[in-house]
Design a protein around this ligand. Structure first.
Ligand SMILES: NC(=O)c1ccc[n+]([C@@H]2O[C@H](COP(=O)([O-])OP(=O)(O)OC[C@H]3O[C@@H](n4cnc5c(N)ncnc54)[C@H](OP(=O)(O)O)[C@@H]3O)[C@@H](O)[C@H]2O)c1
Length: 256
């Protein structure tokens, strides 16, 4: 039987691939044969990730320093991708930040930082990859949302993040509807709690960690690799008739 998840010859851009979930996303795409462009602000970290992936898989990985909240940097990164690889099949809009501060204590600047990094980034990346995907009549856009985009919790006061990730989920639906007839699917992955630089000092610590473990049906955070199946599903032809969806990979947290 044909490998439904084969990505040989595909070109994928992964933003936020200097640490955490984005590194794993890049690895799993490479494991199925995709060449990669990896984006983040910390270039040295991207270079390490690129070397690591190229040593393990027979793919090319191009690291590009890019602040995905700045349109001219996004344009430059997309242009470079086209110059080097000639096309963009998959865009994983994954870069993001969190802030566990409730609204009544939240500074305007902190609000803007989260909204820009988590939502404006998805808009800018989508806008500029779509030009190429529309010409090619093919594309897979995959946005990183969150369980915290599906609801709120008094025990996890991440109000700017709740707003940002809910916007990502509905932007995913809107774009999916508009581009479905152009061979482009737009889906999102909604992780719950995974250890990363972002969560180490925010969500993956007490008291939120115990609250999460006590309320998550599986009773534990996600382990590295537990998002791999969702990524490959949305990136490959396995999901050819799926668009506008957010797949929560959350041990059942949003089911209860
Ligand atoms: N870990 C979880 O439990 C969890 C759960 C749900 C959703 N998520 C989402 O997963 C994504 C990755 O987070 P993570 O947990 O893996 O955290 P992480 O290790 O802190 O990774 C965040 C990544 O985003 C990049 N980034 C942040 N702002 C950026 C900007 N303005 N321009 C370019 N790159 C930027 C960072 O790179 P630089 O600092 O080098 O720029 C880094 O590579 C985020 O969207 C996050 O909201 C995570």
């Amino acid at each position: 039987m044909k490998n439904l998840f084969d990505l040989t010859g595909k070109v994928a851009i992964v933003s936020g691939a200097s640490s955490g979930i984005g590194v794993q996303f890049a690895k799993v795409l490479a494991s199925q044969g995709a060449n990669l462009v990896i984006l983040a602000r910390r270039y040295e970290k991207l270079v390490e990730v690129a070397k690591d992936i190229e040593s393990e898989y027979e793919v090319k990985v191009l690291p590009i320093k890019c602040d995905v909240t700045v349109e001219k940097e996004v344009i430059a990164a997309v242009d470079k991708t086209i110059e080097v690889f000639g096309k963009i099949d998959i865009s994983m809009n994954n870069a993001g930040v969190v802030d566990a501060v409730p609204v009544h204590m939240l500074e305007e600047e902190a609000w803007d930082k989260v909204i820009n990094a988590d939502v404006k980034s998805v808009f800018l990346m989508s806008k500029h990859v779509l030009k190429h995907m529309l010409n090619a009549k093919y594309g897979r856009i995959i946005n990183t949302a969150s369980m915290l985009g599906a609801g709120g919790s008094a025990n996890i006061p991440t109000h700017s993040y709740n707003a940002a990730k809910a916007a990502v989920i509905n932007l995913t639906r809107g774009m999916a509807a508009s581009y479905a007839k152009h061979g482009i699917t737009v889906n999102a992955i909604g992780p719950s709690l995974f250890y990363s630089e972002m969560t180490a000092n925010t969500l993956f610590k007490e008291p939120i960690l115990s609250y999460y473990n006590n309320t998550c049906p599986m009773g534990r955070p996600g382990n590295p690799g537990e998002l791999d199946g969702a990524v490959l599903y949305f990136a490959s032809d396995a999901s050819s008739y799926t668009t506008g969806q957010t797949l929560f990979v959350d041990g059942g947290w949003t089911a209860v």
